[in-house]
Design a binder for this molecule. Structure first.
Ligand code: FAD
Ligand code: NAP
Length: 326
């Protein structure tokens, strides 16, 4: 049930403010759809927690947060209304769809673009949970500063882990990267930088078994590693432990209403951004288990706005009649 006083109607609602959301805003605005974009609790998305982005076409190197500020400005300049709110539930059972914001505002929309991206994965260890915020982190750019002159352990073998490890060498006396296999999946150029860095040690074929530390005051002192081949354990001293094992799609709003696949990603019709509900489109990391890049997310944001524009044009008469009757 929507409360009329707190309800905003829009033809196109965009949920999420990463590269997919802002690009959808640019294209949706240029299609004269006057979109509303709800930013969520991480305005700018995942790139706001990194430093140099070296693969955004047109910029040899750009700081992630700066790029996202530019994207936000671009979407706003084009005509997107950008709102600081977080959607806590989404009713896709009837059109217009309704999104419920934490601020108390309900957003009704003739079409919705979901661009809620992805969130950091955790190992799932009780000790990791216990020390979260007390030495355990998933964001080097946010928390690296606290470990000046100290030893740090990073777990993971993808681009994020390598980037985080390299970034942390700016603060730490030593960074140990722990990976469960004997080769990294990070890009070769990143691997080269890592291997050349004198502050970095790599421990291959090991998993993190437990985070060890003091309880009063709470703080990490070491991580216990287990050799995946022999089962032998060893404790590596550290003051900070960074988990960088990838990201999971943020599907909380739609896990019971939309078709998902590939381990929880929103399913779209091949070559489009159309989901299993007509009028609902998905773009970016939320729907992409393969590429997961800023540029591919932006590309899908463009596609979603164009798909939404076509859908709305096809349903214009029906929507006008429905709104006139309200
Ligand atoms: P995201 O950037 O994940 O943004 C999701 C948005 O959805 C956020 O704004 C969030 O607030 C919002 N949201 C979520 N839930 C809700 C809700 N319920 N209500 C409202 N809003 C909501 N890619 C590159 O190409 N180059 C790089 O150098 C690079 N470096 C990276 C470094 C790190 C540390 C990380 C983590 C990722 C990096 N990536 C990089 C990957 C890149 O950041 C992602 O592919 C890209 O940000 C995905 O964009 P997106 O728009 O799909 O979603
Ligand atoms: P990712 O590519 O999925 O890599 C995750 C890594 O963590 C893998 O090495 C994986 O090991 C390991 N891992 C997963 N679960 C684990 C567990 N439970 N215990 C121990 N290790 C575990 O994730 P990502 O590095 O976050 O990158 C996500 C996407 O963003 C990628 O597409 C990436 O290219 C992109 N990105 C790009 C940049 C850049 O371009 N500079 C920077 C960051 C991210 P296995 O290898 O054994 O599977």
């Amino acid at each position: 049930m929507t409360d009329a006083a707190n309800t905003r109607h829009t033809r196109l609602l965009i949920i999420g403010s990463g590269p997919a959301g802002y690009t959808a805003g640019v294209y949706g605005s240029r299609a004269m759809l006057n979109p509303i974009l709800v930013q969520g609790i991480q305005p700018g998305g995942q790139l706001t927690i990194t430093t140099d982005v070296e693969n955004w076409p047109g910029d040899n190197s750009v700081m992630g947060p700066d790029l996202m500020v530019r994207m936000e400005e671009h979407a706003r300049e084009m005509g997107t209304e950008i709102i600081s709110d977080h959607i806590n539930s989404l009713d896709l059972s009837t059109r217009p769809f309704t999104a419920y914001g934490d601020t108390g505002t309900n957003y009704t929309a003739d079409a919705v673009i979901l661009a809620t991206g992805a969130q950091a994965k955790w190992l799932g260890l009780p000790s990791e949970e216990h020390f979260k915020g007390f030495g355990v982190s998933a964001c080097a750019t946010c928390d690296g500063f606290f470990y000046r002159g100290k030893e740090i352990v990073v777990v993971g073998g993808g681009n994020t882990a390598v980037e985080e490890a390299l970034f942390l060498t700016n603060f730490a006396s030593k960074v140990t990267l722990v990976h469960r296999r004997d080769s990294l999946r990070a890009e070769k150029i990143m691997q080269d930088r890592l291997f050349k860095n004198p502050k970095v040690e790599i421990i291959w074929d090991h998993e993190v078994d437990e985070v060890l530390g003091a309880h009063e005051p709470r703080g990490v002192e070491a991580v216990r590693l287990k050799n995946v081949k022999t089962g032998e354990t060893q404790d590596v001293p550290c003051a900070g432990f960074f988990v960088a094992i990838g990201h999971a799609p943020a599907t909380e709003l739609v896990k019971d209403s939309l078709e998902l696949h590939n381990g929880g990603y929103v399913k779209v019709e091949a070559g489009t951004t159309r989901t299993s509900i007509p009028g609902v489109f998905a773009a970016g990391d939320l729907t992409d288990h393969v590429y997961r890049q800023a540029v591919t997310s932006a590309g899908m944001g463009c596609m979603a706005a164009l798909d939404a524009e076509k859908f709305l044009a096809e349903h214009e008469e029906e929507d006008e009649t429905a709104h006139a009757a309200e």
